[in-house]
Design a protein around this ligand. Sequence first.
Ligand SMILES: Nc1ncnc2c1ncn2[C@@H]1O[C@H](COP(=O)(O)OP(=O)(O)OP(=O)(O)O)[C@@H](O)[C@H]1O
Ligand SMILES: O=P(O)(O)OC[C@H]1O[C@](O)(CO)[C@@H](O)[C@@H]1O
Ligand SMILES: [Mg+2]
Length: 344
Amino acid sequence: MRIGILTGGGDCPGLNAAIRGITRAALDQYGSTVVGFHDGWRGLLTDSHREMSGGQRLDRILPRGGTILGTARVNPERLRAGLGDIRATLERNRIDALIPIGGEGTLKAARWLSDEGVPVVGVPKTIDNDIGGTDYTFGFDTAVSIATDAMDRLHTTAESHRRVMLVEVMGRHTGWIALRSGIATGAHIITIPEDPFDIDEICGLIRARFGRGDRHVIGVIAEGSVPRAGSGMALRDGGVDEYGHEIFTGVAAQMAPLIERDAGVEVRTTVLGYIQRGGTPSSYDRVLASRLGAHAARAVHDGAFGTMAAVRGTRMTLTPLADAVCELKTVPLELYREARIFFG
Ligand SMILES: Nc1ncnc2c1ncn2[C@@H]1O[C@H](COP(=O)(O)OP(=O)(O)OP(=O)(O)O)[C@@H](O)[C@H]1O
Ligand SMILES: O=P(O)(O)OC[C@H]1O[C@](O)(CO)[C@@H](O)[C@@H]1O
Ligand SMILES: [Mg+2]
């Protein structure tokens, strides 16, 4: 077989391990060849690619962050309008099956191509851990340990200065990174997009902590957090970008002056941003990505198209793409309630 692969959406630690997993399994187990398309779906639209075969062992890309194939976003309408170009690229390169590695957007595009008759098996990635049909996505474990390390450091500086430190972490639609890193570091407040926050309740909690002699507060704020309707705070509207994503206006920075005014304490904000997505993957993410890649290679050779490689417990499985993209995997509210035990 000739297998096309690409990495789409935002990069994340572990993408290179997944690329290696697919390539090594395809070459060594099945004697197939692999073609890597550059910069996500754009590489299929413009036929920009490289041969992944040719005796490369790819071992040294395991610890490397980012993606050696590059990634990009393409407006979904433009992508759908380019179906003819995509088909032409696949035919010209004699591609028998395609393995897109990406987040929920890339996998929606994969499902669309599958419905159009292209043989596709997806591989889920994202630091946000919000893809349905799989217990975990690679990138998440690394992002959480980066956030955990940052928060451990922020505790000491906040305590020295008697400050509130709001730490904004990634999580456009879901609060997995905020929840996991917040619990791990003993954060006093965690806000997640799934449960709109009440700024008055947060201010009350901060006043209570300082009132009983505590010297600092760490608040972990998922970037997609929103205030509860009618709760005395509204966020600035940033509109949407050309790819249809909401443009954030900085929720933590907008909370800070309200807290300062109410609680009469200094507030600082730290936005962790892309640091969470860059650099070397954890061993957990390298292993998960390698296994998902190898499993996807196996699936295309078994003809199990229209599916996504997934992990359930410790087992590799396949989930129908339709099920994986039908809804995001959000933080269950009972899990968030469990975290609230440690607030304050
Ligand atoms: N509904 C859709 N139909 C067709 N193509 C889509 C759809 N949604 C997204 N895509 C394509 O997939 C690309 C990647 O999607 P997106 O930018 O959401 O990244 P992602 O794979 O979800 O990763 P991230 O976790 O960074 O968001 C888009 O740029 C677009 O080309
Ligand atoms: O600026 P970009 O590349 O669109 O990425 C930002 C988004 O990517 C994610 O990290 C997912 O990879 C989101 O949490 C975040 O909002
Ligand atoms: Mg997306």
